[in-house]
Design a protein around this ligand. Structure first.
Ligand code: ADP
Length: 234
């Protein structure tokens, strides 16, 4: 298996508070990696470090290619669309950040892939929560990334929208995109993830496939496992 990102001994402090505390993380090609852990555990900070959005205090990160930003797609929790512009126009502007000038048919192909072409001509900020998530995924795919990061992609969605976004993530994974996502929904994690990394207090508390973790900790569900591991951390 090819390693896409290898992070070793990551440390990040805010003032005198250490929020990422010697974290080692490897992301392998083709996996669907779920990053779980309590609020405040350091998950988003770790993501920011991997994306070079924040500066490391210690540690190192190596990438599978020279220009990772060109091959990584990111969906953060809130995607600020330009108000007053349609979904299609927002996509064009976003594409410009990557120096891309996609044709209408390329954009529609992408919108179709994300089941959102019906919204092409609607003001992006007026779309429903589920449509906005799918549009933001369409936007993050514009430069055809090999690795994508999604920060709680189904949070606050209704069940139908959640299912659509999950299906989309699964399809992307099946088509060979490496996926890293964060979620507090353990059922979702069980359904989607080929591997789980649990972060507590800025460190990796446990890692393995869902089945390995259930066996190792002798629990029946990931939710139970989560409670068990976070209890022992209090
Ligand atoms: P998670 O994503 O697991 O909820 P975060 O990485 O967002 O956790 O945050 C880890 C800790 O770092 C939290 O206690 C948070 O309050 C703190 N934190 C995050 N960003 C900053 C910042 N820019 N300045 C100070 N503290 C921060």
């Amino acid at each position: 298996m090819k390693t896409m990102i290898q992070a070793s001994g990551l440390v990040k402090k805010y003032g005198n508070r250490t929020v990422v505390n010697g974290l080692d993380l490897t992301i392998e090609k083709g996996e669907v990696l779920a990053i779980i852990g309590p609020n405040g555990a350091g998950k988003s900070t770790t993501l920011d470090l991997l994306l070079s959005l924040k500066k490391l205090d210690k540690g190192s990160i190596s990438y599978w290619c020279k220009d990772p930003a060109q091959h990584i797609g990111v969906q953060l929790q809130s995607t600020p669309f330009f108000p007053g512009f349609t979904a299609l126009e927002n996509m064009r502007m976003f594409a410009a950040f990557y120096g891309l000038r996609p044709s209408n048919s390329e954009l529609y192909t992408l919108l179709d892939r994300c089941s959102i072409s019906e919204a092409a001509k609607t003001d992006a900020t007026r779309l429903s929560g589920g449509q906005q998530k799918r549009l933001s995924i369409a936007m993050m795919l514009m430069h055809n990334p090999q690795l994508i990061f999604l920060d709680e992609p189904t949070a606050a969605l209704d069940p139908r929208a959640r299912r659509e976004v999950r299906n989309l993530i699964q399809e992307l994974a099946e088509s060979g995109t490496t996926v890293v996502f964060m979620s507090h929904d353990m059922e979702e994690v069980h359904k989607l993830a080929t591997r789980i990394v649990m972060i507590c207090e800025g460190r990796i508390e446990a890692t393995g496939t869902p089945e390995q973790l259930l066996q190792r900790y002798n629990t029946e569900s990931l939710e139970e496992l989560y409670i068990q591991l976070t209890d022992s951390n209090r």
